[in-house]
Design a protein around this ligand. Structure first.
Ligand code: NDP
Length: 603
């Protein structure tokens, strides 16, 4: 594609040179192993996912009873499912949750500085229903977790929760028309309907490097922060690290938030980087009480829909005004005069978006230069890829941390650390001796669904979901699969996508509550999609998602593009409904309005 800068007098960069640079940086990082490069947290690594927040020794009698609906997962998705079912008049529920309380991601991720990167007024669910307004534009983890507890109380969810319980398998009993769920507590519970909401980031992963088990010092994953070792709490003050040499592996959204606290506290901090994050301004601020007074009923949905519309580029009104929406606000200024009419063809639009992206990332890179004093470190911290190749991050403290004398960036030029030794980390031909290694290496995302959930799902005639989805998810409208009756999935599977996960979950769970209510009201016991409806939806997703594949292929590897293999079939992002979440929501609303449950078979 030729894009001559002179056609755009307001451009002060060379798009071709940037494209070439992005390609080079991506190629450095492409690995044939893709997702398989990572070390699965099992066997000798299983202790990395022990729950540090509960007292050991909890026991209870196994449960073998029957309920109407079992929800697997007590994060926001599971809570929304339960809340929406309660609102629909379905009360005989049970929530099974691995952790010791509600919260999901926010139960596990209590690392210092943990904060939602989506505006809290949109991210925290059910705000209007429970009458709560977050204290700040971006809430910190403790406020979010408290909100999960608030929802638990408001919807009487504690009375139906089975905490500290991990599902081991679920199996469909065709004769009884029930699911049997077996757990690590020897339960064999039965349920007419099951909703799985395991969360998008539920299974921590480790870098695929040798030697982790031989390290003689202390280690943990950020999602199981060890405050007994570091001292302090989610607000920081990690006072026990004053005499410790600490290494962090990873520089994603989590690392960006905890590294400023580690930099303040550790005697010496080494940050091992494979790919720099795009770090934009955070600009957090307290909630304005005057603004709260202006809110009308329905404001939260309106705000969420506006956010999705801004990201889809279909509105000029921006209620959210933050780093996510910034890039889309900038776009019109980059179009050459006379190009702003709606007759632009898709290629022209794509070019304009790319230019806006270049500009945005130039701004992000200039911010690094302006903040980080050491030239070499600043250069290494510059991200060379399009903004949405990786989840953009936002922090006002991360970059200045590298000006501290006790903090050293170890940039591995896309190679990653080579190995862990008994005394530390080996990278770039040097051994860095440390007392503690913190793995900020994220979570499984593109691996098989059942592996991420941690259990197999056996449908009709002993069909395993792992096998049925071998070549990628197969669903009707993102939640139901042929051969797996009365089973609903919450999450990023062939439905509308938003970086705000609670938007996705809220729309989905309202839909599922409607279906379950309808099946019961109409006097049926089973529901599953017809083979034809499922196939049509799979085709719809494939056809409509093609646009993003080219974009993802040009991206540096990460979980958005299935670690550089967006066409591998199991990739979560390309399996989304292309026209966007608002369009998906409208489609589901029309489907409900039709009232004939088209595509579903009831018996
Ligand atoms: P990520 O997957 O984003 O980051 C993992 C990091 O580990 C990357 O920097 C990766 O490098 C690095 N890494 C992996 N292997 C190696 C290696 N061998 N050597 C060196 N580095 C390595 O995980 P996060 O936990 O940071 O974030 C996961 C997601 O969780 C986010 O994208 C976000 O959606 C969510 N999150 C949300 C927050 C919120 O506010 N709502 C806050 C924090 C997280 P590379 O980039 O090269 O792969």
């Amino acid at each position: 594609m030729s894009t001559a800068p002179e056609k755009h007098p307001n451009l002060d960069f060379d798009p071709d040179a940037l494209r070439e640079k992005y390609r080079e940086e991506r190629d450095k990082r492409l690995r044939t192993e893709g997702n398989d490069q990572y070390q699965e947290v099992e066997g000798k690594f299983a202790h990395f996912v022990d729950d540090p927040y509960v007292e050991p020794g909890f026991t209870r009698e196994p449960l073998t009873d029957e309920v109407d609906v079992i929800i697997i997962g007590g994060g926001f998705g599971g809570q929304l499912a339960a809340a929406r079912l309660r609102e629909a008049g379905v009360h005989n529920l049970r929530i099974i949750e691995k952790g010791g309380d509600f919260g999901g991601t926010w139960y596990w991720n209590r690392y210092p500085g943990a904060q939602c990167d989506i505006e809290s007024y949109m991210y925290l669910p059910l705000l209007e229903e429970v009458g709560y307004i977050p204290r700040e534009k971006y809430s910190f983890a403790s406020e979010i977790k408290a909100h999960a507890e608030r929802i638990g109380k408001a919807y009487d969810l504690y009375s139906c929760a089975c905490f500290q319980t991990e599902v081991k398998e679920m199996r469909w009993d065709q004769e009884a028309g029930l699911w049997t769920i077996r757990t690590d507590r020897d339960d064999a519970m039965r349920a007419r309907f099951v909703i799985i909401s395991g969360g998008p980031f539920n299974r921590p992963k480790l870098p695929g490097v040798p030697g982790i088990e031989d390290f003689q010092g202390h280690t943990f994953h950020t999602s199981r922060w060890d405050y007994a070792y570091t001292g302090g709490d989610e607000t920081g003050n990690l006072h026990k690290l004053g005499d410790k040499r600490v290494a962090v592996i990873g520089t994603g959204a989590t690392a960006i938030q905890c590294i400023p606290h580690l930099g303040r506290a550790a005697q010496q901090l080494y940050v091992f980087q494979r790919t720099p994050s795009s770090v934009d301004e955070r600009g957090n601020k307290p909630t304005d009480p005057e603004w709260v007074k202006t809110l009308e009923p329905g404001w939260q949905r309106q705000r969420r829909e506006n956010f999705s519309d801004v990201l889809a580029g279909v509105t000029d009104v921006d209620l959210v005004n933050d780093g996510w929406t910034d890039i889309f606000r900038k776009m019109p200024n980059l179009l050459a005069p006379g190009e702003k009419d709606e007759s632009l063809d898709p290629e022209e639009i794509a070019r304009a978006v790319e230019l806006a992206d270049f500009e945005k990332m130039n701004q992000v890179r200039k911010r690094v230069e302006a903040t980080v004093k050491d030239r070499e470190t600043a250069e290494a911290l510059k991200p060379w890829y399009r903004q949405f190749c990786k989840r953009p991050t936002f922090s006002d403290d991360y970059l200045p941390t590298f000006n501290r004398p006790n903090v050293q960036l170890v940039d591995t030029q896309g190679r990653g650390v080579e190995r862990v030794t008994p005394r530390g980390i080996f990278a770039n031909g040097t051994e860095y001796e440390v007392d503690c290694i913190i793995f900020a290496t994220g979570f499984e995302f593109g691996t098989a669904y059942t592996r991420r959930q941690g259990f197999e799902i056996w449908g009709r005639d002993g069909l395993a979901l792992t096998d049925y989805w071998q070549d990628g998810p197969r669903t009707f409208h993102g939640y139901a699969s042929r051969g797996f009756p009365n089973l609903f999935h919450v999450g990023l599977l062939q439905s509308g996508f938003s970086p705000n996960f609670t938007t996705v979950a809220d729309d989905q769970t309202q839909h599922y509550a409607y279906i379950i209510q309808q099946v019961r009201e109409r006097g049926y016991q089973r529901v599953e999609p017809s083979a034809q409806a499922e196939q049509e939806w799979v085709d719809t997703i494939k056809n409509l998602s093609l646009d993003s594949l080219e974009f993802l292929e040009a991206c540096t590897p990460g979980f958005f593009n299935n670690e550089g293999k967006p066409r591998a079939g199991n990739g979560p992002v390309e399996n989304q409904y292309g026209p966007g979440i608002n369009a998906f929501h409208r489609l589901m609303a029309e489907w409900r309005e039709d009232g004939d449950l088209k595509g579903l078979e009831l018996s």
